[in-house]
Design a protein around this ligand. Structure first.
Ligand SMILES: Nc1ncnc2c1ncn2[C@@H]1O[C@H](COP(=O)(O)OP(=O)(O)OP(=O)(O)O)[C@@H](O)[C@H]1O
Ligand SMILES: [Mg+2]
Length: 285
């Protein structure tokens, strides 16, 4: 498989008046091919979001990024702004952990979606508009035909999050960085979004880095997992292997902190795709 994303020795430090703080990301390596999904797990503060933002070139001063991030052969660390602008959107898309302020409050959701589709995908206004409605439907917004003309503040937090997911996938990115995109959503909506994302990786070859705290979610979207602890990748491998035989104490604790989920893992590695609470986890269509 050809490598789409290749990260070597990624380091991120935030400078303080007292000098550099403890590194937020401390020597992370990762590789991802087209159509592959990597789940990024780890306790709060372990560096998942900072890693995600670094991949998008979005670590701002006082953050300092070192190492190498090659996307489709282009080096992104210290790349000029025009390179990053070209890569963002159609190359790498991102759903932020805190996406409430990543929508522009001044424009309707539809205007923001159609503008992106017209400018970046070269669609006509009419095509962009109907595609926007389809995208809102795809993320489970009911009455999408009407809601497309609403402003972000007219949506609930969960719906805004879904609009952000629609925006990120609208441009058909080759790599989607999704930082806990479904954490705030109820299980039914979450299941729909996970199916949508999973479908995109299978149908369009989109690669994905999916940050989550939820082991069941990781299993649903990803085949590989990387576990972060204190800025380092302490464990990496296929989900089946890592959860069947976790080698790092943190991963073992993570599993034992989710007793129900751990049972679920063993069930899954035996091939029983059923969730603890009876929720349907297989893909429909
Ligand atoms: N802008 C910033 N300035 C200084 N330190 C920061 C900044 N952003 C993040 N950090 C620090 O970097 C470390 C990693 O943070 P990060 O947000 O990546 O954690 P996380 O794994 O995403 O946690 P969570 O699961 O809570 O989202 C933390 O110690 C955090 O305090
Ligand atoms: Mg985070």
């Amino acid at each position: 498989m050809t490598t789409l994303l290749e990260v070597e020795d990624l380091r991120v430090e935030f400078l303080t008046d007292a000098g550099p703080a403890r590194p937020a990301v401390n020597g992370v390596d990762l590789r991802l091919g087209a159509g592959e999904t990597l789940a990024l797990l780890g306790e709060s503060g372990s560096g998942k979001s900072v890693t995600s933002r670094a991949l998008m070139g979005l670590v701002d001063f006082p953050g300092v990024v070192r190492g190498s991030i090659r996307f489709d052969g282009t080096e992104l660390v210290d790349a000029p702004d025009r390179t990053l602008r070209r890569v963002r959107g159609t190359g790498i898309g991102m759903v932020f952990q805190d996406s409430l302020d990543s929508l522009n409050p001044v424009y309707t959701v539809g205007a923001q979606l159609t503008e992106a589709l017209q400018v970046r995908m070269g669609m006509t206004r009419a095509d962009a508009r109907s595609r926007s409605v389809e995208l809102l439907e795809a993320v489970g917004i009911v009455d999408a035909e009407q809601r497309v003309d609403a402003y972000p503040h007219q949506f609930s937090g969960g719906m805004r999050q879904r609009v952000c997911i629609a925006m990120a996938v609208a441009l058909r990115p080759r790599l989607l960085i999704a930082d806990e995109p479904t954490t705030a959503l109820d299980v039914t909506v979450q299941a729909g979004i996970l199916r949508l994302l999973r479908g995109l990786t299978e149908d369009t070859g989109m690669a994905m880095v999916f940050v989550t705290h939820d082991l069941a979610v990781a299993k649903q979207v990803a085949e590989r997992v990387m576990v972060m602890f204190d800025g380092r990748a302490v464990e990496e491998g296929s989900i089946g292997n890592v959860f069947a035989a976790p080698s790092h104490p943190y991963t073992r604790r993570l599993l034992s902190a989710h007793p129900g989920r751990a049972r679920h893992w063993r069930d899954l590695t035996k091939g029983e795709a059923r969730d603890d609470d009876g929720e349907e986890t297989h893909r429909a269509g």
